[in-house]
Write a protein that binds this ligand. Structure first.
Ligand SMILES: Cc1cc2nc3c(=O)[nH]c(=O)nc-3n(C[C@H](O)[C@H](O)[C@H](O)COP(=O)(O)O)c2cc1C
Length: 181
């Protein structure tokens, strides 16, 4: 079984990366784990042209970059997205990726598809103390999973996390979450 762990932050070595690393370590005895960071990929914003609604493919010149990420999704049985709050929602880079996945969105026919039967998990973190903001991020990512027909299988919100040093005291919460993946 393969797991894909995504750092949805543009920061490669911050709190999100720290959490993604703990998840990777917890899963690697049970899964073949691949880790990626949204910052590994360079792509433009969706132009909203809707050509993909008719053709199930993107007309933009960098469409292969998105296909490369979706190939990672397709090869995984389990997807774990780890996202920090940037202005009370997912980081713009990850939102832009989701927008560019419109060719795979099941609201129009034809649409591209990844293999069925995948499970999707979400971890949201933020510096502030209130959980509803984490729930908002979780909602954004689970909405995306839903339109890719990835089963929404579990989520974790972590408040009061700013820097990677803030993650160590939360390690057990993350380990417990991973037990259900
Ligand atoms: C541009 C930006 C916007 C942020 N907006 C919020 C916010 O609205 N609410 C919040 O609780 N934390 C916010 N934060 C804090 C991050 O959620 C927090 O520091 C997180 O740990 C960052 O992880 P990263 O360094 O791995 O990206 C923001 C951080 C940045 C850089």
């Amino acid at each position: 079984m393969k797991a894909l762990v995504i750092n949805c932050s543009p920061v490669r070595n911050g709190a999100t990366a720290e959490i993604a690393g703990i998840i990777r370590n917890e899963l690697c005895s049970r899964y073949d784990v691949k880790s990626i960071c949204i910052d590994d990929y360079d792509f433009a914003f969706c132009k909203g042209c809707r050509a993909c609604h008719l053709t199930a493919s993107c007309v933009m010149s960098d469409a292969s970059v998105i296909r490369d990420i979706m190939k990672e999704f397709d090869e995984a049985d389990v997807i774990v997205s780890v996202a920090p709050s940037y202005w009370a929602d997912i980081p713009g880079q990850f939102k832009s990726f989701i927008d560019r996945c419109t060719p795979w969105c099941n609201t129009h026919e034809p649409h591209a598809m990844i293999k069925a039967g995948k499970k999707g998990y979400t971890v949201a973190l933020r510096t502030g103390p209130n959980m509803p903001e984490c729930e908002r991020l979780i909602g954004s990512i689970e909405h995306f999973y839903g339109h890719l027909e990835i089963e929404r299988s579990g989520h974790l919100g972590l408040t009061s996390v700013e820097y990677k040093e803030d993650v160590a005291p939360r390690k057990q919460e993350i380990i417990d979450f991973c037990k259900n993946i």
